[in-house]
Design a protein around this ligand. Sequence first.
Ligand SMILES: C[S@@+](CC[C@H](N)C(=O)[O-])C[C@H]1O[C@@H](n2cnc3c(N)ncnc32)[C@H](O)[C@@H]1O
Length: 323
Amino acid sequence: LDDDGGKEQAGETAVHLPVLLEEFVAAADVKHGDNWVDGTFGRGGHTRALLERGACVLALDCDAEAAAAAHELTREYPGQLVWRQGNFAELGKWCKQEQKSDLDGVLLDLGVSSPQIEAAERGFSFRSNGPLDMRMDRRNPLTASRLVAEWEEARLARIFYEYGDEKQSKRIARAIVEWREREPLTTTAQLAGLVERVVGGRGGGRIHPATRVFQALRMAVNAEREALVSVLPQAVELLRAGGKLAVISFHSGEDKIVKRFMKEHAQAERHDPAAAVNPPNPAHWFIKTKRFLPSRAEAARNPRARSAVLRVAWRNAKAFKKG
Ligand SMILES: C[S@@+](CC[C@H](N)C(=O)[O-])C[C@H]1O[C@@H](n2cnc3c(N)ncnc32)[C@H](O)[C@@H]1O
């Protein structure tokens, strides 16, 4: 679960420590002039590593606040970086617009960055009071407070359960509905207090009782699952033979999506129990897949890394065909 671990205070601003950076760099095996897309620029930790090794990077982030770090890197590495405020769910569109194809790699480092969590006014954290917002892209109309005001009780319960693995999902959804019948639920402190009262001592464990609900709401507000499911085939279509798809996830539900996608498309044959000979898999897109976990040293240094998983898949030489 990503919480606000992994931050370091530098004056007023939280610094984002890039996760699984060494493992990513080793797998990326960047050659001078390689073409990469970083779909989750954040503060540019991974992009910087690509630029240092001579790659050209198209970087996206749906959060306008990523712009300052991007402009700094653009100055440091002239001609190598293009940053756009955009959603990686539209990867194909962005690459077409920026005339990027035959990519050497696509990176997605999912979720939120430490500076986003740390900024109380963004509403991602139960640790500091702020508006219940949680939008990565503040141009979107759906805030977390609007979501808890408008979504049906059963739908709220479902997202708490599915995105947050929250066992008390139904009781929390009920308590939200009871609250909103009296007054609007508009702050992170109100929601954190409500969850704490419902879950009470039953939260047990080492994490704050509101962690799961906050994570689930964030994923729903930003349609994170939908974006992930939609980007994976788009990324494959853009890779050259031998190009890499690298995804870092922090949530078992997301990792499952990535793992299944990579596995299905790494099989040379379809496993058809009815067939005498297994037919070839027309969507055999990957020659190899590999999983990386953080080292003990990284997990000790950066609590945010503890739940991280990096999966890399290498594209095969066949022409990509949809379907
Ligand atoms: C974990 S951080 C990435 C950190 C980055 N790798 C670094 O080292 O600085 C994830 C970033 O991706 C952005 N993001 C999340 N989902 C996105 C999406 N669907 N499209 C574009 N950006 C997204 C978030 O706004 C956040 O800045």
